[in-house]
Write a protein of this length. Structure first.
Length: 436
């Protein structure tokens, strides 16, 4: 019997059900588990059961469609199902918006809709959904004395966005455990960066503080500020280096600090640079004093949550779930970062400063960002230290260890051991300190 056009269409639809169900199972399952984050084994098993059941149903229905393609019932049911699939984007959009509106935490997951590394909307959603408490974040409280408590809080800054409080006892707002007086004396080391420079459960754990103990006769200042991008590091460097006479300047850069320099908000408004006629133009200053006024002028830019989720799903498939491999906005990131590195070098050269770079990487490694940083720093002939091979080498002695064990699991920052390894490497690499 000759196969009719209707039967051919139904065979194609049946094969689509089978292939679609089987092929989509693994990536959809992995994406859901990735976005759900840490869940109990019972809930994980439930996700797998539901996903497996859906695949089983789709495969069975595909076989049924092919086998009974000549029946009107199968044809009509497939027409209904195809219509539902066509309408599914609208249904999914309604479902997502309903879940968001009622405040369900699994729907209010910013990573479902925006890239955490380089999308302003990720942090805007965190603010709108009440997921950030920026007044309490990042201020370390363990074993602080009275001076440390008075100077450890982050405060609004019209140019930098946020910075540690400046007081008469801490005029530069650095991370320190004792009061100090600014004197234009030689022998200072200024260490700039984000929380990888400033992090440590105890004051003595931090990289600049450990470096201080290795460099007698020098004073190391910890200019690390949590959440900073390369743009804010550059601005803080320009603001503060002229308080010192011929200092050694170390710029610590975490690879994802490059992504941050194209953002206008990271849980609070921040400055940013535009490139106009090949020149850096500082924008967004004075920085908005609070998120309410900022969001009124710069609301969340997502028009379709389902569309945004599809984009994130596609990026998940492209990177295999490792966001550090994401090339989202890479061209813009490299363009602005290149100009900022040039700005740092030119500022140092104009003031005869002894400039050094230190490159930090997350647990997943440096990837294309580290390769870009090394290429740009070497282009200017500036000495630098890549901490990734230093840490890897340290874990190979006396026996191979786990690279991730050098990071705090809860925060992703280096632990005391890693900070000590890096401080010794800096002393040896930049200051010819003898290996111990």
């Amino acid at each position: 019997m000759k196969t009719s056009i209707r039967e051919k269409v139904l065979i194609l639809i049946g094969v689509t059900w089978i292939v679609g169900g089987a092929v989509a199972f693994l990536p959809v399952r992995n994406f859901l588990l990735y976005q759900l984050g840490p869940i109990s084994p019972r809930h994980r098993e439930l996700v797998l059961i539901v996903m497996g059941s859906v695949v089983f149903i789709l495969v069975c229905w595909g076989l049924t469609t092919i086998t009974y393609r000549r029946t009107d019932l199968v044809a009509n049911l497939n027409l209904l199902l195809v219509s539902i699939v066509i309408m599914s984007p609208l249904l999914m959009e309604i479902t997502l918006r309903t879940g968001i509106a009622i405040g369900h935490p699994k729907f209010r997951t910013p990573g479902l809709y925006a890239n955490v590394l380089s999308d302003d909307d990720y942090y805007k959603l965190r603010i709108v959904w009440g997921l950030d408490n920026i007044d309490k974040e990042m201020a370390e409280s363990a074993d602080l004395n009275e001076f440390q408590r008075s100077s450890s809080g982050l405060a609004y800054d019209p140019i930098l966005g946020w910075a540690y409080k400046r007081t008469p006892q801490n005029p530069l707002g650095v991370i320190a455990d004792t009061p100090y007086v600014l004197e234009a004396t030689e022998g200072s080391v200024l260490f700039y960066g984000d929380s990888f420079v400033g992090a440590g459960k105890l004051m003595a754990d931090k990289i600049p503080q450990q470096l201080q103990s290795l460099l007698p006769g020098k004073t190391v200042y910890n200019f690390g500020v949590p959440g900073y991008g390369l743009d804010q590091i550059y601005l803080r460097f320009k603001q503060s280096h002229d308080h010192f006479k011929k200092p050694v300047v170390i710029i610590g850069i975490l690879t994802v600090d490059l992504d941050r320099c194209i953002m206008k908000n990271r849980s609070r408004p921040k400055p940013y640079f535009l490139i106009k006629e090949n020149e850096l133009v500082l924008s967004g200053v004075p920085v908005e004093t609070n998120n309410d006024s900022y969001l009124k002028k710069n609301p969340v830019g997502i028009t379709s949550y389902f569309g945004a989720a599809l984009v994130q799903f596609a990026e998940y498939l492209e990177t295999g779930g490792n966001l550090m491999d994401s090339e989202h906005r890479r061209g813009e990131i490299e363009r602005v970062s290149k100009s900022l590195i040039e700005g740092i070098v030119q500022e140092a050269n104009a003031n005869s400063l002894d400039l050094r770079f230190v490159i930090f990487v997350p647990t997943s490694g440096g990837g294309w960002r580290k390769a870009f940083l090394i290429r740009e720093i070497e282009r200017w002939g500036i000495p630098y230290l890549d901490t990734e091979p230093v840490l890897i080498e340290s874990m190979a002695k006396p026996k191979p260890g786990d690279f991730a064990s050098l990071y705090y699991e809860e925060s992703g920052h280096h632990n005391k051991l890693a900070n000590g390894i890096i401080a010794k490497a800096i002393a040896e690499h930049f200051f010819k300190h003898p290996r111990q």
